[in-house]
Design a protein around this ligand. Structure first.
Ligand code: TXA
Ligand code: MG
Length: 346
């Protein structure tokens, strides 16, 4: 199959109509969102969503999120919407958040991996919004990467993984946030964060007295409540060693590790902050993910950084950890998974 990449210049571009038609016809189309690019299909059509799993090579027990354009469309998915979900929507939707609520029977089991709940998200990206509106159905969309790889934040990265597998990629430029949506379980008494993202625990605490984080995200050895969180993910081709702990100790720890790996004859790369890189020599491959003082920028650059070394033939990537405050929790969650929990505490 030939994959077309088409730049979307204006919001009424005819190509969005064409993409919506493909979705209504049961095809799969990649499209931009404010978090990462999605791989979309008609969320009420079993065969169409099965194509998503095939294109990604995704395990069938890992459910898909349904993307909606309006509260009206929500009624196609859920009979009752918990008060907690309504409050989150009032504050943060459209935006980078996914709500887990009880599903309606019309939603195929292929979408929800057999669960009685469904993830719902209303993206703020105008191309995504227009696409859902014109398709007239909820769009099931995981991140548009091959399963296990870093999520794509540009159309070029989508094409690297999806070329020949899908007919169309809508190119809407780089994603704003760069990490996937915050997933919140709204079926319990207290909101539970199942995947951290740009809508942070601190932000949720402004509207709820208590917010939990799925304990499996913080401790080893527990099964996460979001099925997809149990898989290795975000992995570049080279292994990643993640440095965590005291920010002030990072430069010395990196200098020592560079000597250690270079002695062993390894081609080392560094993924880290502007401040860290300024203190290291220029000998190795490097990707500057932004200033330590700008976690939003680090989140936006993170997956580009993880993919950057793939065609540079390096043996190991030394990655600098950030604080876990605010969106830092999402950054550290992705970095830990990318490293397969290969950590060095400094
Ligand atoms: O930002 C995003 O959420 C992006 C864009 C494209 O919208 N989508 C995305 O989808 O990240 P995906 O499939 O890559 O990740 C969805 C995560 C998986 O970990 C999945 O297991 C979890 O959501 N999930 C989906 N439905 C669920 C449910 N009913 N209960 C618990 N977790 C669920
Ligand atoms: Mg994903």
């Amino acid at each position: 199959m030939e994959t077309r990449i088409v730049k979307v210049e204006t919001i009424d571009a005819p190509i969005i109509k064409k993409a919506a038609q493909l979705i209504r016809d049961g095809e799969v189309v990649a499209f931009p969102t404010e978090t990462v690019y999605g791989l979309g299909a008609n969320g009420l059509n079993e065969e169409a969503s099965a194509k998503i799993y095939r294109a990604k090579g995704r395990p069938s027990d890992n459910p898909l999120i349904l993307h909606i354009d309006s509260i009206r469309m929500l009624s196609q998915i859920a009979d009752t919407v918990p008060h907690m979900a309504t409050e989150i929507m009032a504050s943060f939707c459209p935006g980078p958040v996914t709500l887990i609520i009880k599903k309606k029977a019309v939603i195929p089991d292929t979408i929800t991996g057999g669960l009685d709940t469904v993830g719902v998200r209303m993206p703020s990206n105008t191309i995504a919004h227009q696409l859902i509106e014109l398709a007239g159905v909820p769009i099931a969309a995981p991140s548009a990467n091959i399963s296990g790889r870093p999520s794509p934040t540009t159309a070029i990265d989508v094409n690297k993984d999806m070329q020949g597998r899908i007919p169309l990629i809508l190119d809407g430029g780089a994603s704003n946030f760069g990490v996937e949506s915050t997933i919140i379980d709204c079926t319990q008494d207290i909101p539970i964060i199942l995947r951290p993202g740009a809508i942070t625990k601190e932000m949720l605490l402004k509207i709820f007295p208590e917010v939990q984080i799925d304990s499996a995200l913080l401790k080893k050895g527990q099964v996460p409540r979001a099925p997809g969180m149990k898989y290795r993910h975000y992995a570049p081709k080279a292994p990643v060693l993640l440095f965590t702990g005291a920010q002030g100790a990072m430069p010395e720890a990196f200098k020592d590790a560079l000597v250690e790996y270079e002695k062993a004859g390894k081609k080392v790369a560094v993924l880290g902050s502007t401040e860290l890189l300024a203190q290291l020599n220029n000998c190795m491959d490097r990707f500057d993910y932004g200033s330590k003082n700008d976690l939003q920028a680090i989140a936006a650059n993170l997956f580009t950084g993880l993919r950057y070394f793939d065609d540079r033939d390096v043996d190991i990537i030394l990655a600098e950890g950030t604080t876990s405050k605010g969106i830092g929790l999402a950054i550290m969650n992705r970095l830990k998974k990318a490293s397969g929990q290969n950590l060095r505490c400094v």
